[in-house]
Design a protein around this ligand. Structure first.
Ligand code: IPE
Ligand code: IPE
Ligand code: MG
Length: 259
């Protein structure tokens, strides 16, 4: 049974844009949790805790706006550089948030997926992610991809490796090395790499907290994304911020290299 998200208490509604002005894939760098906590004299982990509500709001906003793909950056391959206590908190917290929210997302017909490396992740985190994916796999609404232990360069390297391995295997034993090399080389194309990644091309790349960089998020998919940077810290965000960013996107003139 599919329910629409509860409306925003302000009564705000999503922008009414035609499909050609609406982004099909929105990527979000949910940034600023640490600063949000510091402003309140609290430990950084309180900022992560407060970020959960913003995530639920933005998922609700994407569902209401009819966005087909939403991909969010929850933990980067570089975030292991943080203190052991913060890393431990973030891992445990991803697990808790998934368990707490997956039925709600499921009720909104959201299909949950995850992108990232299994390596280094605790088995309990992988299990929680896999369970949420399994529970929601047949849903037909928003596809929400959670990027946990994700790095854009690592994703591209893994995709190219898989394509090359498949092509080499298909070449068979009878071929000489030169012919195998040619086959593998021809198999690696922009199209095959794009198809091997977890998510399609990004239309709108949104980062909160005023930072203006990609931080290794969806770097291949965002080659022609419209970049929008907003100043609010992630825990202060609600679905109206997503809608405002979508309105800004709709005003952009996307040329893709054409005159
Ligand atoms: C984003 O907030 C959340 C994660 C990286 C997990 P930060 O923790 O990066 O917050 P700031 O950038 O230090 O304020
Ligand atoms: C990117 O934010 C990762 C996530 C939001 C999960 P960071 O805060 O880790 O990125 P940098 O260090 O400012 O580039
Ligand atoms: Mg940050």
């Amino acid at each position: 049974m599919t329910a629409q998200p509860y409306p925003h208490p302000s009564g705000a509604t999503p922008p009414a844009l035609g499909p050609e002005r609406s982004p099909a894939h929105v990527a979000v760098v949910m940034d600023g949790n640490g600063r949000w906590a510091r402003e309140r004299g609290e430990p950084r982990t309180e900022g992560h805790r407060a970020g959960e509500a913003a995530l639920v709001e933005v998922v609700a906003g994407a569902v209401e706006a009819g966005v087909p793909w939403l991909t969010v950056y929850a933990f980067s391959t570089e975030n292991w550089k943080r203190s052991p206590a913060e890393v431990r908190f973030l891992m445990g917290y991803s697990r808790t948030v998934l368990r707490r929210r997956r039925d709600l997302f499921d009720s909104w017909n959201v299909r949950v997926r995850w992108a990232g490396e299994r390596r280094r992740l605790a088995p309990s985190v992988v299990k929680e992610l896999d369970d949420a994916v399994q529970l929601t796999r047949d849903n037909t609404g928003l596809t929400l991809t959670l990027c946990v232990n994700y790095g854009g360069r690592a994703e591209i390297a893994a995709a190219v490796g898989e394509i090359a391995a498949a092509a080499a295997r298909g070449a068979g034993e009878r071929w000489d090395a030169e012919r195998v090399a040619r086959t593998v080389s021809r198999a690696i194309t922009e199209e095959s790499i794009s198809a091997a990644l977890a998510t399609p091309a990004v239309d709108l790349f949104w980062r909160t907290s005023g930072e203006q960089r990609l931080s290794n998020f969806l770097i291949w998919q965002s080659a022609y994304a419209e970049l929008v940077f907003t100043d609010k810290l992630w825990p202060d965000v609600d679905r109206r911020d997503l809608w405002e960013v979508i309105r800004r996107y709709a005003e952009r003139d996307r040329r893709f290299g054409a005159a």
